[in-house]
Structure formats: structure tokens, C-alpha cells
Design a protein around this ligand. Structure first.
Ligand code: APR
Length: 260
């Protein structure tokens, strides 16, 4: 079912009558905040090519060099454009719509692939940042997290004060396993979910792309909010073909009417 008044009403009805709504979010939600997506026209990987899968192994092999490279990358013009866009970015109406659904008690958890911290800045609290958060650091052993500047001025490599494990950016690198605790949270939320709203993701990266399929296989419903088709479109109960910054606020308005 394509985006229409009826599709929005159907989606709102699904949200209101479901017990445990979970959102799965991708870069498309932040596109209207000026943050480039990864794939498709103008995407970061479209321009730069996908990063190598051995970035994480390089970190493990020489964490001092990795930290030094992080400093040097500050100077990399290609990445500067992306970093400046993400640092300038503000939450857009799509982020605020999800925060509104969370405040209304409709949205129980948002599993986001985005590392831009815009959900938290829009007021969301129930967040599973499956690919990490660029404003934080994480111990790869005990998964403790700190603000990015917590160890400012310390020598490299940075060791965890809790367990002496190695500390790196919280952002999950290509080839890096998703932290166990985060993965368990996402799987348990998916198990409890009877309606997943999938916003702005190409549904090409796993395990995130498997979550809507799991919900459907268990008899749940899934709503796709994306201006373009994705591999998951054929199994969506409702498709909202539009920019998230427009369709999600429209959806919230209908939910408010249904909830009275
Ligand atoms: N509103 C909603 N969706 C949009 C918008 C918009 N305004 N603009 C683009 N999109 C959609 C595109 O149609 C596409 O389906 O956003 C999606 C972006 O897809 P990707 O660039 O592949 O981003 P994402 O799905 O988040 O990638 C997943 O891949 O490289 C990894 O770690 C990276 O978390 C990322 C993961």
C-alpha cells in the first residue's frame, strides 16, 4: 500500500492498537538535517566507496596508530565535509515525531543505526544505538561508555579504568562485532515487538535489516517510511512513500486523533 491518506490512517491504526512498537532507523531520517546518507545519490559510500572491513583489526593491531589516524582524519577533506555536516546537524521534524510517539507511550524503543546523536537531542530516551554514538567512547571489553572528551590529554592507547580493556570510539567500525549487550537489547526488543516502523534505511546491513523480517515472521506488522523502495518493501504491511520529515509528523497527527 503506497503513501496516501489511507496509508497514513492504516499506519496510525497499527501503532495505536499494537502493544510493543519499535522503530528501526537509518541514515534517511537524518538526511533532512543535512547529514549525507551512505548509499544512493550523494551517499558517503557512493562517493568514497565502502570502508575496508579490516578497520577494526587495524585498531586492535596498533591502537596508538589508530588514535593518531583519528586525529589526522580530522584533516581528511572528504571526511571533513561529512564531519562538518554531522556537527552542524540539528534534529528535524522526523526526529521530533519519534520523540512525540515515545512521549505518548506508543514507541517503546528506537533501534537506530545512526551515530549522530540527533535522537537524544530531540528528546528521545528509549534508544538502542546499534552502531554506536559518535559523541561517545567505549571499552571494547566491558562496553563501558564515556563522553568523547573524557580522556582528553591522556596518552594513547587509552585503557578502560574499569577493566583495563582498550577504549575506542563508540561508533561500530566495519569488521567490528556489535557490542554483546547492545545486540542482546536489540534482539530482545525485536522479540517483544508486534509492530516495527522502519524509517529511512536501505535495509541492506545486518543484523539490523533482519529485525523487521523477524517481526513479520512472528506475525507482527511492519510499516516502511522511506521515499524509495527497499528490499523489505514487499513484506511491509503499510508503505509511507515520503520524506521522514513529512510523513512522520503527519503520522503523529493521526495517532493523536485516534488516541483522542
Ligand atoms: N526520509 C526518509 N528516508 C530517506 C530520506 C528521507 N528524507 N532520504 C533518503 N532516505 C532513504 C533512502 O531511500 C535509503 O533507503 O534513506 C536510506 C539510506 O540508506 P543508507 O544510506 O544505506 O543508510 P542506512 O540504511 O542507515 O545504512 C545502514 O550502513 O554503512 C553502514 O553504518 C552504516 O548505519 C549505516 C548502515
Amino acid at each position: 500500500m503506497e503513501n496516501s491518506e489511507r496509508a497514513l490512517d492504516e499506519a496510525a491504526q497499527l501503532l495505536v492498537e499494537s502493544r510493543h512498537v519499535v522503530a528501526l532507523v537509518g541514515a534517511g531520517l537524518s538526511a533532512e538535517s543535512g547529514v549525507p546518507t551512505f548509499r544512493g545519490p550523494g551517499g558517503l559510500w557512493t562517493k568514497l566507496g565502502e570502508p575496508s572491513m579490516n578497520g577494526y583489526q587495524e585498531f586492535l593491531g596498533d591502537p596508538v596508530r589508530w588514535w593518531r589516524d583519528q586525529q589526522d582524519q580530522q584533516a581528511d577533506p572528504d571526511r571533513t565535509e561529512f564531519r562538518e555536516a554531522i556537527e552542524r546537524a540539528e534534529p528535524n521534524p522526523g526526529h521530533y515525531a519519534l520523540a512525540a510517539l515515545e512521549r505518548m507511550g506508543i514507541l517503546k524503543m528506537t533501534i537506530t543505526q545512526n551515530v549522530d546523536d540527533l535522537h537524544a537531542r530531540a528528546g528521545q530516551e528509549m534508544l538502542a544505538e546499534i552502531h554506536g554514538n559518535r559523541t561517545k567512547l567505549r571499552c571494547i571489553s566491558c562496553e563501558s561508555r564515556w563522553p568523547r572528551d573524557h580522556f582528553e590529554g591522556q596518552d594513547y592507547p587509552i585503557y578502560c579504568p574499569e577493566c583495563r580493556g582498550l577504549v575506542k570510539s563508540d561508533t561500530v567500525m566495519f569488521g567490528e562485532p556489535i557490542p554483546r549487550g547492545m545486540l542482546d537489547l536489540c534482539f530482545s526488543q525485536t522479540e517483544m515487538c508486534d509492530c516495527m516502523i522502519v524509517c529511512g534505511t536501505s535495509a541492506t546491513v545486518y543484523p539490523a535489516a533482519s529485525f523487521p523480517q523477524t517481526v513479520r515472521e512472528r506475525g507482527g506488522a511492519f510499516i516502511e517510511a522511506n521515499p524509495n523502495p527497499t528490499p523489505l518493501s514487499p513484506i511491509a504491511n503499510v508503505v509511507l512513500r515520503g520524506q521522514n520529515g513529512q510523513v512522520l509528523p503527519a503520522l503523529v497527527e493521526r495517532v493523536k486523533v485516534l488516541k483522542g
